[in-house]
Design a protein around this ligand. Structure first.
Ligand code: ATP
Ligand code: MG
Length: 601
């Protein structure tokens, strides 16, 4: 491609809308253009990158025996009603765009395809002989994200590879899951990314496992906890660890103390000169179940620990049956406005005790009249502890479960693991923290969807069994941008060779110099012919502008038909290192071939 004929517009300044380097660079270098919130046009250079990423993904998927297909993006609401996700996805989470057609039929724009694929399997797979089966597609997904941001990282329209597998046994599912683990590692390695596979939350259905593939970068939205020995890595949502040991309580007898201005654990610890590990803090949450019932949840946890909302959500989902519900729609810390809707009187915030009276709740048809009281494992064994008194400005010290406070019946593990904690597999290892961008997720679903949608096959004994399923996603467009987030410098993007839009760019310093043009044209034709994807910067611009642009768009090799022509040579500059080589014109092709092959391997 000739730059003189290309839609090629680069910006000198950082666009105001962009916060992270990769987003700025993709906009500045003319790869993407914002059309609306979370909606981007992939311009020609970007599209080439996306096609390369897709091709790597496709090759690795095909190598495992998975079959590519293409499923509809318009999905009938009825399918989502069968799985029970229509209301959650269109209203509660509201992540799915929905519409009504001219026949008054409700439809959604696919955020994911479990419902569609399960329907296909239900209709077409009758017998165990047809299993296992693994179908995948590479396609645009739609999600009405609450906070679209960072360009392609969190778009409302983005490209995903999603695959779904069907099995007769857990072992068969595990095998495909392991194949995917390998395929995903290959994809990311081949795309030139530094990444880590981590344990991930698999929601309340638990399932037997789920892993996320995290590209390591400071701008990542996720926190990863890992150990140096390489034996443990998990998303913080899921991570487990050993909490620090609790210190012995200095309070031997139970009494109420005036503790003015101590509405945080930190202030309380300083005031009472005690360790936060000797405090039971009581944190209030508000859960709305899909039965329409709001439940106020009081979690008692050791003062130095924090509640992990993902773990709490999973525990609350397990308890849904108690509230005639299947799932939790929202889980929040109720703010003043939310409290206004159910609080019978003002709450002693910052001074609540585990036995905060139920008459703080004005119960109604929609609001459960009793607190759901949970205690985290870290608080169960504390003795002579400090906690609230249910009166602002006062705490109690020297308290014990079973004496002053009944131990809540439901013991849960909802503490967040954090950096510096001792690892479970080896207490000598401490957890380290890193930021990650989730580019892939593999998940053992089990029978969640097949059971809900009545998707069965006949086994060898002639019995109807629900399919055992797995699902596997890669954010193709997010992956492409995360490569930039991991690889850039002050001059611009440094694409990994395997996914660069072009391998080489020939810059003609002076287009009125006939010899420069002639050699450039010759190389341009020759390189492209031999499979080295090459751009020709034949614009009537100053050399400096051309070099800046070539650096900005991040093409791995820049060929300059300049001064060394008189020696029969051109200058070849490596983008990543700015290293310059004088190479004989007739050797450019073979040299580049070697370099590219070595880089892509
Ligand atoms: P996240 O936690 O980031 O919202 P998710 O867990 O909802 O992602 P999945 O449903 O597992 O995502 O989708 C599979 C992959 O699709 C993710 O690993 C991610 O790479 C990509 N992805 C998800 N949402 C977006 C988005 N809004 N924009 C771009 N890529 C996305
Ligand atoms: Mg995910």
């Amino acid at each position: 491609m000739r730059l003189s004929q290309m839609l090629f517009v680069t910006l000198r300044e950082d666009p105001a809308e962009a916060e992270i380097p990769s987003h700025k660079l993709l906009l500045r270098a003319g790869y993407i253009r914002r059309i609306g919130s979370g909606i981007y046009a992939y311009l020609p250079l970007m599209w080439r990158v996306l096609k390369k990423v897709s091709q790597i993904v496709r090759e690795e998927m095909d190598a495992t025996g998975a079959q590519e297909c293409l499923l509809p993006q318009l999905q009938p609401a009825d399918l989502w009603r069968e799985s029970g996700r229509w209301d959650t996805y269109t209203q509660a989470e509201g992540i799915m765009f929905s519409l009504t057609d001219r026949r008054d039929t409700e439809l959604g724009l696919g955020p994911t395809h479990e419902e569609v694929i399960t329907t296909i399997a239900k209709d077409m797979v009758r017998s165990y002989r047809q299993l296992p089966l693994h179908l995948y597609q590479i396609q645009t997904k739609f999600r009405d994200e609450i906070r679209p941001r960072f360009g392609l990282m969190r778009g409302r329209e983005f490209i995903m590879k999603d695959g779904y597998s069907f099995h007769t046994s857990e072992e068969s599912l595990k095998k495909t899951y392991q194949d995917m683990d390998r395929a995903y590692s290959n994809m990311l390695r081949r795309s030139g990314l530094k990444f880590r596979a981590v344990d991930a939350d698999s929601g309340a259905i638990g399932g037997s496992g789920s892993q996320e593939f995290m590209v390591l970068a400071d701008a990542g939205e996720d926190e990863v906890l890992y150990t140096e020995d390489g034996l443990y890595a998990a998303n913080v949502e899921k991570a487990v660890s050993m909490p620090a040991d609790a210190e012995l309580s200095p309070f031997a007898t139970f009494e109420k103390r005036e503790t003015p201005g101590t509405d945080t654990i930190d202030k309380l610890g300083k005031f009472l000169k005690c360790s936060p590990t000797q405090v039971v803090k009581n944190v209030l949450y508000q859960a709305v179940y899909d039965s329409g019932i709001t439940v106020l949840v009081l979690v008692s946890i050791r003062g130095d620990q924090d509640v992990n909302q993902v773990k709490l959500l999973n525990e609350l989902t397990k308890l849904a049956g108690n509230y005639q519900a299947k799932t939790v729609l929202f889980l929040t810390v109720p703010d003043a406005e939310a409290q206004g809707k159910w609080a019978a009187k003002s709450l002693p915030l910052g001074y609540m005790a585990p036995d905060l009276a139920d008459d703080y709740i004005a119960g109604s048809k929609e609001v459960n009249s009793k607190f759901l009281r949970l205690v985290d494992r870290t608080a169960v064994d504390l003795t002579n502890f400090v906690t609230g008194s249910n009166e602002s400005g006062y705490h109690v010290v020297g308290a014990n479960w079973g004496t002053e406070f009944p131990l809540p019946a439901t013991v849960v593990g909802v503490r967040s693991a954090k950096k510096g904690d001792r690892a479970m597999h080896n207490p000598e290892q401490t957890l380290q923290s890193a930021r990650g961008i989730e580019v892939g997720h593999i998940f053992q679903l089990g029978t969640k969807y097949s059971q809900a949608m009545g998707a069965t096959y006949t086994n060898e004994q002639g019995e109807e069994m629900p399919f055992i399923m797995g699902c596997y996603g890669v954010g193709v467009s997010r992956l492409a941008q995360s490569a930039v987030e991991q690889s850039y410098d002050k001059d611009g993007i440094i694409w990994p060779v395997a996914i660069a839009p072009y391998h080489a760019i020939i810059s003609i310093p002076n287009i009125s110099d006939a010899q420069q043009v002639e050699v450039a044209e010759k190389l341009y034709a020759e390189l492209n012919q031999s499979g080295i994807e090459t751009l020709l910067d034949d614009r009537d611009e100053r050399a400096g502008v051309k070099f800046k642009d070539a650096d900005l768009i991040g093409i791995p090799y820049r060929i300059v038909t300049g001064r060394s022509l008189k020696l029969g040579k051109v200058e070849v500059v490596e983008r990543a290192t700015h290293k310059s080589h004088e190479i004989l014109i007739e050797e450019v092709n073979s040299t580049l071939k070697q370099w590219i092959d070595a880089a892509i391997k």
